[in-house]
Design a protein around this ligand. Structure first.
Ligand code: 6PG
Length: 227
């Protein structure tokens, strides 16, 4: 069960969704004194982040958490944290609080308890969870070819090390990602549209892990798509 919004182009998708996210953050700050925003990595959301970073809201009351991280230092070109600091956590949004998922350990598994501890103070449900999707049906760093994907998708853990790559990954767990007031999934291109159309059909979660968030009902996610 999910809503599907089709846009004329990627810029319209980025700007419309950024405006909707900004409004949700403003409402959360007004109602609860703060807001939480989970954001995916990858390339699809970059234009959205650059536009959202200029939104007029009290960013000092917003906490931003990556949905997942590549297990590389924050100055590495593959780092989601680096991408977020370059595109979202700049301009007005530079005032936001950011919770890094990366720790300087050899493996993500060694950092699970420390990262879990850093997330404990963030109230759930998150106000906004923005995810992407790979053409293999992964979301966050929940990959179909991860040898532990079945266990990961059944997990209630906040963070899950993903023994994929290199680089290895750290992902927020599916149950934690679903603990949201709104879930938006930003998907571009015909290939991913075909994967989406398959993923909304019943089938094994492990084959298309995006199903673990796409087919939740509380909240009902919205998929935002442009060619
Ligand atoms: O760390 C990451 O890469 C993301 O969190 C990942 O889940 C991303 O959303 C998809 O891989 C789509 O990436 P693109 O937008 O680059 O296609």
């Amino acid at each position: 069960m999910s809503n599907f919004k089709r846009y004329d182009d990627r810029t319209h998708a980025a700007r419309d969704l950024a405006d909707a996210i900004a409004n949700t953050l403003r409402e959360a700050i007004a109602e609860r004194g703060g807001a939480s925003l989970v954001v995916c990595g990858g390339s699809s959301p970059i234009e959205l982040f650059e536009y959202l970073s200029q939104a007029e809201l009290d960013w000092s009351q917003v906490v931003v958490v990556p949905s997942d991280e590549r297990w590389v230092p924050a100055d590495d070109a593959q780092s989601n944290e680096r991408m977020l600091r370059d595109t979202l956590l700049t301009g007005r949004a530079a005032d936001a609080m950011f919770v890094s998922l990366y720790r300087p350990t050899d493996t993500p598994a060694e950092a699970v308890s420390d990262v879990e501890g850093a997330l404990l103070d963030i109230p759930t449900p998150f106000d906004v969870v923005l995810l992407g999707m790979g053409s293999d049906g992964h979301t966050a760093s929940l990959f179909p070819d991860d040898p532990n994907i079945e266990r990961a998708l059944a997990s209630k853990a906040r963070v899950i090390p993903a023994d994929v790559g290199p680089p290895a990954r750290m992902s927020l767990g599916p149950a934690y990602l679903r603990a949201a007031r709104r879930i938006d999934i930003l998907v571009f291109g015909d290939d991913k549209k075909r994967v989406h159309d398959e993923a909304v059909q019943p089938g094994p979660l492990a084959a298309l892990p995006v199903r673990s968030v796409l087919n939740t009902t509380d909240p009902i996610p919205t998929v935002h798509w442009a060619e």
